[in-house]
Design a protein around this ligand. Structure first.
Ligand SMILES: Nc1nc2c(c(=O)[nH]1)N(C=O)[C@@H](CNc1ccc(C(=O)N[C@@H](CCC(=O)O)C(=O)O)cc1)CN2
Ligand SMILES: Nc1ncnc2c1ncn2[C@@H]1O[C@H](COP(=O)(O)OP(=O)(O)OP(=O)(O)O)[C@@H](O)[C@H]1O
Length: 186
């Protein structure tokens, strides 16, 4: 089976190659589908990534979540290799540039206890329909998700779903994946 690294590179190149208009149309379908899930509707506190590069765009969706009265917390990497933390944001404009060129809340933002989170919306580079996931390679989500008991929904484009790859023992499986075409129950 293909190496994780090779597969990550190939799929990310395909994701990058989409036009902005193409991505925007897909993002709309992905978020409509997500907002319609029971997991979203019953949630009070959501942990969601701040998109960078050609990931499914999350900024506008976060504004909608806040408008819906959800508490929203987002990832902060304190410094390279440190575990990922969750911090609350009140509005997208609170964010500033952080590590790896990913936006993050200021150090003054309130820290979220993982027990308060009932839904995690996770990013990823490559997935299978059985819930296997490859990220950017930092192991940040694997470590964060391994202690989490609530709902996890990953969002990605259909082109990021492949047949199969070999996983490592620490890799955490995803329960649901939402793409522009469907909701996959893994
Ligand atoms: N939007 C978003 N936020 C996220 C993630 C994500 O996948 N998406 N992460 C998901 O876990 C964490 C960040 N993980 C990352 C890990 C590596 C690189 C990265 O660019 N690595 C470089 C090498 C950097 C270096 O070693 O100096 C590379 O791969 O080229 C970026 C993000 C937390 N926040
Ligand atoms: N639960 C864990 N405990 C300790 N180390 C871990 C854990 N999960 C992952 N790691 C370490 O993180 C490194 C990167 O793992 P991997 O390539 O699976 O990351 P990824 O899934 O692509 O990234 P991410 O989870 O950040 O999206 C591995 O070398 C591994 O040693």
């Amino acid at each position: 089976m293909v190496e994780k690294k090779t597969l990550r590179k190939k799929i990310l190149a395909e994701r990058d190659a989409q036009s902005k208009a193409e991505r925007e149309a897909k993002d709309k379908q992905i978020w409509n589908r997500l907002f319609n899930t029971e997991e979203y509707q019953k949630s009070t506190t959501i942990f969601v990534f701040i998109s960078f590069k050609s990931e499914v765009f999350t900024h506008a969706a976060i504004e909608k979540m806040l408008k819906d009265g959800k508490r929203v917390c987002v990832p902060v990497i304190p410094r390279k290799n440190d575990p990922m933390e969750a911090r609350y944001i009140e509005q997208i404009s609170d964010l500033k540039m952080g590590l790896y060129n990913i936006m993050e809340p200021p150090a003054s933002a309130e820290k979220a206890n993982q027990k308060e989170i009932d839904l995690i919306i996770a990013p990823g580079a490559v997935f299978t329909r059985k819930g296997k996931r490859i990220g950017y390679g930092g192991g940040y989500y694997d470590r964060f998700l391994s202690k989490f008991n609530g709902d996890i929904i990953a969002i990605c484009y259909d082109l990021q779903i492949v047949d199969d790859f070999r996983i490592d023992e620490w890799d955490v499986k995803i329960q649901k994946i939402i793409t522009e075409n469907e909701l996959i129950a893994c």
